[in-house]
Structures are given as C-alpha cells and as structure tokens.
Write a protein that binds this ligand. Structure first.
Ligand SMILES: [Zn+2]
Length: 332
C-alpha cells in the first residue's frame, strides 16, 4: 500500500521539500488556511519526510512502516493534539501531551513532531504555557500549529511561529482527494467537488441522498423568489435555513446557497443559448429551470449571483443563517 501524497498546494509542498532537503525546517510552524484543504495531511506528510528512513530529496517514500504509522497517527514520535469533543484544548492537556514530553529525544524516528489542530482551540492559559516552548523548542522537536482562524490566537503565540499559508483547492483537486483518500466514485466525487468551494471536508458533508433534498430546497427558493409573494419567499427561506441535526446550520446553508448559485448559473446558460445547446450542471432539472428563464433575464441572473455570493461571505463572517436566507430570498 502506498499512501497518496498530499494534493495541491504546490508552492507549500516545494517550500517544505526544500526545507527538509536542506535540513532547515523551522521548528515552530503555523499552517494557516481554510477548513478542509489538507493542512493536517500536509503536516503528517512533513512528519513523514522528516522521519522516513527512505526519504529522498525531502519527500517520504509513503510505503514503509514509519510512513504508514504516521499516516494513521500511530507513530510514537509524532504527537497529535486536538480538542476531541470539547470546545478547547486545556492547559492540562498541553502540559501532558506537549510541554512534559517535548524535551525527550526521539524514541524511534529522527525528529519529534507535535501537531496541534485546531490551534485556535488552545485556551488562553494553554497558549501562555506554550510560549516558552514556542520560543525555544528543544533541538529535535518541531511544532506545527494548524488553524483556519489564526487571528483567534494570541499575538504573542503567533509571532513565534513561521506562518505557512494555504489557499483553497481546485475542484479537480478536491475530486482527486475524494477518490484517492475516501474511495468515492469519480462521478459523485465530481458532483460534490463542484459544490464544495475547494474544501474536502465540505465535499464530504455533501452526502448523495441528502444532496437531493438540498437541491429541492434550493430549487424551491429560486422558484418562489421569482414570484411576487413575500410570504412564499420567506417560507422558502425558512426551509432553506433549517439544517439537518448532524450538520451545523451555517455549513448547511452554505451548501444550499452553492446549489442556488448553480441553479442560477444554469438558468443563465439556458437564456443565453436559445438553441438548446446549453451545458447544465443540473441536467435533471432542465424543465423546471427552463420555466424560470423568463422570470430571470440575464441581468437579473447576474445580480442574483452576486447576492448569493454576498450571502455566503456574510455567513463566513458569522452572520445568522436565518437572516442571510431571508435576505437572499428577497434580493435575488
Ligand atoms: Zn517511508
């Protein structure tokens, strides 16, 4: 079995490869970037490159026992700290899992790697307790803090880490990860990736059966928004903002808004190509969409598209899902 190498982030990969190759990996790193784009995978890949006995030019073999155990989180010199089921990482767990252990020499590998993910979950006390370690890590240790919200960390902690920035993945890269790491078939991988905004975790949340329900709600919103009844618009918005129990409300609405965008894009394509040659993302809803072409002339589609994008941005800035859904329903 070979572990698939990290996907995307070519610049970051090149940077880390070079650093490992020259033996100059900064000892305190902050992997910062959106949720679900492979920061944790990259941290493990770095731990592998540092410890794999057959690593070449800064890249691990991906096959040996060391690589496999690091990939599974079972290698004694790679310590992973997370917040489990609770909101924050306490000073107690940072003491026990990092501060008290970090001075030891590697047991079986070359470098001891401590991965703290999500680092923004570190309590203020835990961050303060870590400062000295971040300032002067023991020679064999490397700390990797991972966060989608680095600004939530204390400036004193941030300033002690070398920041490595991650962007979103391309849709094709998300599809590739879904297939190679999660065993999802090519067609479903493509559908989910197209709606995931470059995040693998978001794509994974788009389970097939559920996606149909989401699509139906999105379609309903687009249809009701085309008609004059304010009451009907707000009802459709309320349904759109209601989330299934296992999904967070924000994430759920974000997915459905991506579907609204995708439907609007199709309506735009249908009105631009009257000869019936439009390439649609939602082929199975072509008849429904065609019926809406008159209600959504091209300039309205463009405005509506912008409204949905602004709604998604507001969600990411913590706006209430209900308010965002109402606003989108009225404005598109
Ligand atoms: Zn290896």
């Amino acid at each position: 079995m070979t572990i698939p190498p990290p996907v995307g982030h070519a610049r970051v990969q090149a940077l880390l490869r070079q650093a490992v190759g020259h033996g100059r990996v900064p000892q305190t790193l902050l992997f910062a970037g959106p949720e679900g784009v492979g920061k944790h995978t990259m941290a493990r890949a770095l731990a592998q490159a540092l410890n794999c006995p057959s690593a070449k030019d800064g890249v691990a073999c991906g096959k040996c026992g060391v690589c496999v155990r690091i990939d599974k989180g079972q290698f004694s010199d790679v310590v992973e700290v997370d917040n489990g089921d609770i909101a924050s990482i306490s000073i107690k767990s940072i003491r026990e899992r990092v501060i008290d252990l970090i001075g030891y020499r590697p047991f079986e590998g070359r470098r001891r790697v401590f991965i703290i993910d999500p680092a923004d979950a570190l309590s203020v006390q835990a961050q303060d307790a870590l400062l000295k370690t971040l300032e002067e890590p023991p020679p064999a240790a490397i700390l990797i803090l991972i966060s989608a919200y680095p600004d939530a960390l204390r400036p004193t902690a941030l300033s002690r880490c070398r920041r490595v920035r991650f962007g979103v993945l391309a849709d094709t890269e998300v599809a590739q990860v879904l297939q190679s790491r999660h065993g999802i078939d090519a067609a479903s991988a493509q559908t989910c990736a197209a709606l995931a905004g470059g995040s693998v975790s978001r794509a994974l949340a788009l389970d097939g059966a559920e996606l149909e329900g989401d699509q139906a709600l999105a379609m309903d919103l687009v249809r009701k928004s085309a008609a004059p009844s304010l009451d009907a618009k707000l009802k459709a918005a309320a349904e759109l903002a209601k989330s299934p129990t296992h999904r967070r409300a924000r994430e759920s609405l974000d997915i459905r808004l991506a579907l609204v965008s995708s439907l609007l894009r199709d309506i735009g394509a249908l009105s631009a190509t009257a000869d019936g040659t439009a390439v649609l993302s939602n082929t199975e809803r072509e008849a429904d969409l065609r019926a809406l072409v008159r209600a959504y002339p091209p300039d309205r589609v463009i405005t509506a598209f912008g409204v949905v994008a602004r709604g998604q941005a507001a969600l990411n800035r913590n706006a209430s899902p209900k308010i965002v859904a109402d606003w989108v329903a009225v404005e598109i």
